[in-house]
Design a protein around this ligand. Structure first.
Ligand code: CMC
Length: 427
């Protein structure tokens, strides 16, 4: 039986349909509200607005649940691979062996960058922030693949675009990294596997052997970052794509959104914060007090989440991975002790408890990246690599939805009411 919410306005009663998702989540459908009542709804920061239907990722912030296409993140992290997860997110099911081999082959066929793109990377100062470089190079791909500059791609073109970006972003990051180190680029050897190939392109030399445990740890990190439903960057990808801008423009926009410290840029900010605490004598309790002080703009980076109000299931897995990677590499990182101390103190502090602030995905990931030799300003680039299949899946789902419309929020105007123009000599 259809369910309705009743709304009373100006002495009239309106019935608004209630929509129920497959996990029992309920929503009040206000799409017809403006037409029937003249009212809009106000929800700054979209804290309680469902912007779309989606079959990709389920997240229950109260219970700390995250599933891609129904599969729990814990199982995928343990048993799957990043490339398989990318297939799952984009095509809705785990691939058969043949489908998986075709998928990998399709990604591998794009392992080189257009020569012009290499020149674009080389034109950047080595001091550039990697996010600025990646975003520009991804945007520039539209110049080399003009066939994608049409409003609607065919299924085959969409599939190709997804495989292409999966391969080329994996190449752009190490290409720029090696340039900053004054090193020649290393050719992609995709048969090594996606993550091992990435590590090889970063650090590869004649005698370089990718440690399989390190490659696995990075693979797990990428899986954990792969999608997170309608977060800031995914929503940006959808919003830009909804205007029929091409896939490279849409993904570049997502990369820009991820760069900010409140989103993916938090992983760099966490490490800088930990480093700062260490450089200033290691008194992390002082930083907790700063985070609680409303007159101080400092926030405990890597803590808190818009949706998770119990724990972030990704952070739990990453914390374990962190111990494992440091152990495998024989690294003793004093920043890990500071991070543990901060977490322990925060979790028993009323300020953090009352506001339900827990470590998020970015709290421990930087310590792993650092142990892998990735420079701090490249951490968010690693997030790009991980989140890419999710952005692509969100973009694909939107493009395949015949009911999808251009994204266009409303506003409540609070400016001046109408007034007459005054000439400059009269002001
Ligand atoms: N340190 C100190 N106080 C905090 C923090 C923090 N990290 N996060 C939230 N608060 C306080 C905030 O001041 C507010 O207090 P009050 O109610 O007294 O005004 C309350 O908690 C609610 O915070 P909010 O800013 O309204 O929450 P939000 O949902 O808008 O923001 C967030 C979520 C993740 C941006 C925020 O928690 C934050 O800034 N965290 C630090 C940055 C970070 O780690 N970002 C990565 C997020 S996870 C990965 C990703 O999305 O890419």
């Amino acid at each position: 039986m259809s369910e309705f919410a009743k709304l009373e306005l100006d002495g009239k009663t309106y019935e608004l349909p209630v929509i129920t998702g497959t996990e029992g989540e309920k929503a009040i459908d206000i799409r017809a509200l403006r037409g029937t009542t003249g009212y809009v709804t106000l929800d700054s920061g979209y804290g309680n607005t469902a912007s779309t239907f989606s079959e990709i990722t389920f997240l229950d912030g109260e219970q700390g649940v995250l599933r891609y296409r129904g599969y729990p993140i814990e199982q995928l992290a343990e048993k799957s691979s990043f490339q398989e997860v990318a297939y799952l997110l984009n095509f809705g099911k785990l691939p058969s062996e043949r489908q998986f081999n075709d998928w990998k082959e399709s990604i591998n066929s794009f392992s080189t960058l257009p020569e012009g793109d290499k020149k674009i990377i080389e034109a950047f100062p080595t001091s550039s922030h990697p996010m600025g470089v990646i975003v520009s190079v991804v945007g520039s791909l539209s110049a080399y693949y003009p066939e994608y500059n049409i409003p609607m791609l065919s299924d085959e073109q969409r599939r190709k675009a997804i495989a292409q970006l999966m391969a080329q972003v994996k190449t752009i990051i190490p290409y720029f990294y090696r340039m900053t180190q004054g090193l020649d680029p290393v050719k992609s050897k995709p048969h090594k596997g996606y993550t091992a190939d990435f590590l090889n392109m970063m650090y590869g030399a004649e005698d370089y052997e990718v440690n399989p445990e390190v490659a696995k740890a990075l693979d797990v990190l990428l899986i954990l970052h792969a999608d997170h439903e309608q977060n800031c960057s995914a929503s940006t990808v959808r919003l830009v794509g909804s205007s029929h801008a091409n896939v490279f423009a849409s993904i570049s926009a997502g990369i820009y959104a991820l760069w900010g410290q409140l989103h993916g840029g938090a992983n760099q900010a966490v490490l800088e914060m930990l480093q700062n605490i260490q450089d200033n004598g290691g008194d992390y309790k002082k930083y907790l007090e700063k985070a609680k002080d409303k007159n101080d703009p400092f926030r405990l980076m890597g803590f808190g989440h818009r949706v998770y109000k119990n724990f972030d299931p990704r952070a739990k897995i990453i914390k374990k991975q962190c111990d494992k990677v440091l152990d495998v590499l024989g690294v003793k990182d004093p920043l890990l002790d500071i991070a543990r101390g901060l977490e322990e103190e925060a979790l028993k502090d009323d300020y953090f408890v009352e506001r339900k602030l827990y470590p998020n995905v970015d709290f421990y990931s930087g310590i792993i990246y650092q142990a892998l030799g990735i420079p701090t300003n490249m951490f968010t680039a690693m997030f790009v690599l991980g989140r890419l299949p999710g952005w692509l899946a969100q973009w694909k789902e939107m493009k395949e939805d015949p009911t999808s419309r251009i994204g266009r929020p409303r506003q409540i105007y609070t400016g001046k009411t109408v007034r007459d123009y005054v000439s400059i000599d009269q002001r």
